[in-house]
Every structure is written in structure tokens, then in C-alpha cells.
Write a protein that binds this ligand. Sequence first.
Ligand SMILES: Nc1ncnc2c1ncn2[C@@H]1O[C@H](COP(=O)(O)OP(=O)(O)O)[C@@H](O)[C@H]1O
Ligand SMILES: [Mg+2]
Length: 401
Amino acid sequence: MHLSRLSLQDFRNYKQLDLSLERGLYLFYGDNAQGKTNLLEAVAMLATASSFHASSDREVVNWSSPEHIARIEGTVTRHEDAIDIEIFIFDPTPPAIPSTNGAAPPQEPAVTLPLPANTPRKRFKVNSIPRRTMDMIGQMKVVLFAPTDLHLVDGSPDERRRFLDRALCQVQPRYCQAILKYRKIVTQRSALLKRIRDHQEDPGMLSYLDEQVTMLANQIIYERQLMVNALNQQAVVFQKSISGGSEQLQIVYRPSFKVDEAWNTTEAQQHYLKQLQAVRKKEIMQGVCLLGPHRDDLEFLVNGVNMLNYGSRGQQRTAALATKLAELTYMRASTGDEPVLLLDDVFSELDHARREYLLNQVLQHEQVFLTATDLTEFTPEILRQAHSYHVTHGELQMQTQ
Ligand SMILES: Nc1ncnc2c1ncn2[C@@H]1O[C@H](COP(=O)(O)OP(=O)(O)O)[C@@H](O)[C@H]1O
Ligand SMILES: [Mg+2]
């Protein structure tokens, strides 16, 4: 699939953008803070419905948007079909607009719109028909390589869980539903544990939430395990090829409690409940949920050695790259769609050999968006086949070679 049109209104620092796109490689280059990442963020939102780097989606609304609304519209061409996706993001309480000339920001708060409290913050349309988030996610598929992805191996466990969720949500809307519900229940359960600790609630109240949590957790863990199995088949090939044949990569799924692939659903649920009971005292004392997919992790072994503790920087980068490339293959294999590839500023952290490898891999894809601070990183041959755009202050200017 590829994006054949992108239009933005009041999205981050883009007041208005209308872009026609084709298959192939797109290079967006320009100085820092000009809007390169913002552009990829908008494209990714068409696939995942939420931002990959905002802590709250309403951050994407342009600070001076008169209606406090950002709009992203994209046409996705898939086989012979075209799908039109629209997202509206509403920010009722925008921050005070920072001044552009370095002077102190205005003292008066920005205008707050007098809209009802329950006005939805995000709305979606697919082919002009309003849709729920769940029905909109996955219409378009993207794989994003951000600088943080190069830290998949040596970064925080949180990052590794996000990696799994981002891919699985696009592949299976029901996974997305399960994970959202699960997070909500974990929050409720933690609050309940605190109330039990403070003697405001009876421990018996836990059984309902325990049942919910174990049911959802099993579903999530099962899907994550399947994905890791699939990733392993490909990642090993990429790692070997990047390292010149010497490195054998294995990705190990590490749930926060004992799971056995041989258990059926009922057995898995019972085992989980038992393990929950074993940590009950500790959970009540700490007031947090200690076991479950929100505590899962991944381990990366190269020739049997754990890369988190013992990998060289180069090996860690290679394993991250191999895993991300495996994600791409996984997405394609499990959906039959070629995802749109987004590479945000990843080349600066890679050495020459790994950069070349990655470029050669991604060039085989239907559509690739790549950002960089300048074009000197690319060979004349790449530049000849790419569509290049210079990004300044939220505006794009096409460059002809
Ligand atoms: N909601 C917003 N409204 C207006 N401008 C924004 C908003 N959010 C971020 N920006 C601006 O976008 C710029 C950063 O864009 P970004 O895409 O991250 O840059 P880069 O080109 O370095 O990737 C900054 O100048 C920031 O002030
Ligand atoms: Mg950037």
C-alpha cells in the first residue's frame, strides 16, 4: 500500500499542507525543528490513531489554530482500492502561544473554547463515514524506525512493549481492544489495591477484577508470544547477514510470570490466578499490579549472550535493526499488505555499513518516507531515484535534482 495524498491543517507547525504522493522513496530534509518528525507523526497517526511521541494527542493541534482542531487526511492506495482516512483532533485548552522572536510568552492564557466537557478529543472518518477508533486502526499500515527504535535492545522495557503493541494493534484490532481494556483494568485494580491497603475496601472485591485481568492478559500474552515466534524466524536471518554470518540472534519473550505454551486457556488462567494469589500481600502493600503483560519484557541473545548486559553498542544496534526489519516482514506476512515505511532520523546513529544495509533493505519497499538533516548522507544514485523535499517552518519545497 502507499499513501497517494496527504493533507494537513493546523497539525503541529503545519498550517496547511497538500501533498500528492506516489510509490517510491521520499526524502524530507532540513534543519532541526522544522517539521520533519511532525510530518511522519501525522502519517503514522493515519495508521495507529495516536501519536508516537506526544504524551497526549492534543499536543499535535497547532497552538494558534482558531478552532483548536488539527486535521489529517490521507488517501491510501491499496491494490486497486483507495481508502480515504480523516482524523480530527481537538484541543479545548491549548497552551499559551510561544512567541517566535524569543520574547517572553504572552501572560494571558489562550482562549478556552466553551464546549461541553464530553466533546470527543478525536474523531475519525473512513471514506467520509464516522468510525470508531477500533474500526479505523489498521486501514493503513506503517512501520516506523525512530532513533528510539535503535535502542530497542538497550532501552527501557517500556519501549520494547510499545514495539510489540504498535505492530500487533495494526495487525489485529481485537488485540488493540484487549490491550486498551487491560490497561484500564490494571489502573482500576491498582486503585483498588491501594484502597484495600488503607482499609477502605474489602480484599474480596479483587476477585472480579482478577478474573478480568487474567482473561485479557492471557489473550495478550498469547498474541505477543506468537509475534515473537514469527519475528525470530526473520530476525535471525537479518542479524546473520548484517554481521557477516557470525551472529545468531534469538529474541526471547519474558512474561512477568510463569507461562507455558502447552497450557490451554483455562489452565493458563488458573496458573495466573495462583501466581496472583502468591503475590497478593506484596501487591496490597505496594498498591500496584505486579504481574501481567504491563510488566513483560524481551531479551535479545546473540550467540546465547544477553545483549542488554553484554552486547557491544554495534551488536545492540544490529539486533535492533534486525528486529525492526523482521517486524516489517511480519506485518507484510500477517496482513498481506506492504506497510508504508517511516524512517525518522535513524541514519545519524548508524555506521556506514549498517546504514548501507538498511537503505538497501528499505529501497525494496513500495513507499518509504525518510527524514535527514541534509542530503550529503545519500549517494547520487539514491538522490536520483528519490523525491526530495526541503522542510522549513512547516512548509515543503520540492527539490529537482
Ligand atoms: N502544537 C504545535 N503547534 C505549533 N508548532 C508546534 C507544535 N508542536 C510542535 N511544534 C513545533 O514543531 C517544531 C518541531 O518539529 P519537528 O518535526 O520535531 O522538527 P524536526 O524537523 O527537527 O524533526 C518545533 O519548532 C516546535 O515548536
Ligand atoms: Mg525530528
